[in-house]
Design a protein around this ligand. Structure first.
Ligand code: MEV
Length: 288
């Protein structure tokens, strides 16, 4: 095998609607955002050397899963916040898989990278639907079905201004997914309602005035599933009181971020200012 320097990239994501229900075969809609993880891998004799500003044992574990524990220096650079429901583990898994495929002259097709990245995502989260990896890889808005077979349909870009508000609390996807699983079949009507809501959103994607309230309705259903927290509910309320068309937690919950769908960029900046003045870490965000 010829080895050379390889590069890879995986994008963070926001789930517009459908998290948790997607694990049980319902559809979800998600899009990649303008934050990503980049990996550069250099062949180098000796033990695996992982170089990253972040000191996180998960980074090394994932890198060793793809590269093995010898023969590489792997540099990781990311601006996807870790453990915030923005797909940091999937972005890392995809970036590592792509860098490894480039560096070893392996198969860089999307199906091959999906196959290489999914075991890493499973190691992090136990029973992931594959949605986060699909978005990190394809970098497009999509309607996703877990299957089998796994299927995703590209959607038109979602050009709405968005604000991300960070609870600064780490969410634990595996625990949250297990928590929902443990409540089945009692929570199945809520999961079904989320699936139906996703179809309504899919048919209204042109109209943020319709999508916004559906996004907030999705948050209420996630509250009913028991995956929201008082901090996330507070950030949703703050967003709705300051001009958001809709707002919800993003990802597994239990912490992480809320995102707010705004009418205009001026509205988005105004919400950011209000949030920042209230001591909340918030930033404007763009869907790809
Ligand atoms: C996590 O980003 C989304 C969940 O639906 C889990 C998954 O789809 O694997 C909670």
């Amino acid at each position: 095998m010829t080895l050379k320097t390889g590069r890879g990239r995986g994008h963070g994501k926001l789930i517009l609607c459908g998290e948790h229900a997607v694990v049980y075969g319902h559809p979800a809609i998600a899009f990649a955002v303008d934050r990503c993880t980049r990996v550069t891998a250099h062949p180098q004799p000796g033990p695996l050397d992982v170089v990253c500003e972040l000191d996180n044992p998960g980074l090394r574990m994932a890198t060793a899963q793809i590269f093995g524990d010898q023969g590489w220096r792997v540099e990781i650079d990311t601006d996807v916040p870790l453990g915030r429901g923005m797909g940091s583990s999937a972005a890392l898994a995809v970036a590592l898989a792509e860098a490894h495929a480039h560096a070893t002259s392996g198969d860089t097709s999307h199906p091959a990278l999906m196959d290489a990245a999914m075991p890493v995502e499973r190691h992090f989260h136990g029973n992931p639907s594959g949605l986060d990896v699909a978005v990190a890889l394809h970098r497009k808005p999509m309607r996703f079905l877990r299957g089998p077979p796994m299927a995703w349909t590209p959607l038109r870009p979602c050009p709405w201004p968005l604000v991300v508000l960070d609870s600064q609390i780490q969410g634990h996807t595996r625990e949250l997914v297990d928590h929902v699983q443990a409540q089945r079949p009692i929570v199945d009507p809520i999961l079904n309602a989320i699936g139906e809501l996703v179809d309504k959103v899919a048919s209204a994607l042109d109209n943020p005035e319709i999508v916004g309230p559906l996004v907030s309705e999705n948050h209420r259903l996630l509250q009913a599933l028991g995956v929201s927290t008082p901090e996330l509910d507070h950030l949703v309320d703050l967003s709705l009181r300051h001009g958001a068309l809709g707002a919800k937690l993003a990802g597994a919950g239990g912490g992480g971020v809320v995102f707010a769908l705004m009418r205009t960029h001026a509205d988005a900046r105004a919400l950011c200012d209000v949030a920042n003045e209230a001591g909340v870490v918030a930033w404007t965000c763009q869907a790809l």
